[in-house]
Design a protein around this ligand. Structure first.
Ligand SMILES: Cc1cc2nc3c(=O)[nH]c(=O)nc-3n(C[C@H](O)[C@H](O)[C@H](O)COP(=O)(O)O)c2cc1C
Length: 205
């Protein structure tokens, strides 16, 4: 049986467009696509709309905000990038993940990245983003990407060292995604309670 095309979902924590974070995530996704047959969809905090910040519970999410949460939960491969605000990911980036089902990203490849004004907060990717996806038991790709203002030209990544990291992360992600395979759908051999919900996929045996 031919495996279905994998779905790359990029979610970015930018609160404005144009956005360097959005462009970095799009670049990462395109480079993954260069190594893996996959569809790609991009969503950001603005797609979720004001209903994201206003919600304190999942039931209070507006349809726009819920659609973004569900897209993240259904990703085969997640690209998660945020601008650095006050030394961390943006509040609304984290707020979105506060609504994501805690089982939804188990065993899913996730590429993490961040953009900031300067070099001082480059370890945000290691000290804040990686532990977040550790909570979700995701398979976070070893190479994380941080790009500062000076790494961009016209809001696109131009620094060869950052481009090389993007390529390394994309290759690692594509190899891992091929090994893991796409998310199994309900009824397709799900064998743990979490898989039976249709959301959680273990590594191929
Ligand atoms: C409210 C706010 C807080 C910021 N805090 C930081 C910070 O703590 N460290 C940093 O390096 N850059 C900081 N920046 C700069 C942004 O992280 C940087 O310009 C980023 O690339 C913007 O991404 P975007 O184009 O996706 O919005 C801040 C910007 C804003 C608007």
């Amino acid at each position: 049986m031919i495996a279905p095309r994998q779905k790359i979902v990029a979610f970015t924590g930018n609160t404005r467009r144009p956005s360097r974070s959005l462009n970095l995530a799009a670049l990462i996704a395109r480079r993954i696509q260069a190594h893996l047959d996959a569809d790609y969809r991009h969503l950001d905090v603005l797609d979720a709309g004001p209903g994201l910040g206003a919600a304190l519970t999942r039931k209070q999410l507006t349809p726009e905000a819920l659609a973004v949460v569900e897209a993240v939960e259904e990703a085969d491969i997640l690209v998660a990038v945020s601008p650095v605000y006050k030394g961390s990911y943006t509040g609304l980036f984290k707020h979105l993940f506060d609504f994501v089902d805690m089982d939804a990203l188990i065993g899913r490849p996730v590429v993490i990245g961040a953009t900031g004004g300067g070099p001082r907060h480059s370890l945000v990717v290691e000290h804040q983003m990686r532990p977040l996806f550790g909570f979700f038991s995701a398979l976070t790709i070893p190479t994380a990407i941080y790009a500062e203002d000076a790494s961009f030209q016209d809001d696109e990544v131009a620094d060869p060292a950052i481009l090389a990291r993007v390529e390394a992360a994309a290759v690692q992600c594509a190899e891992l995604a091929r090994a893991v395979g796409p998310r199994r759908q309900r009824g397709e051999g799900a064998n743990t309670p979490a898989e039976q919900t249709g959301r959680v996929i273990p590594l191929k045996s």
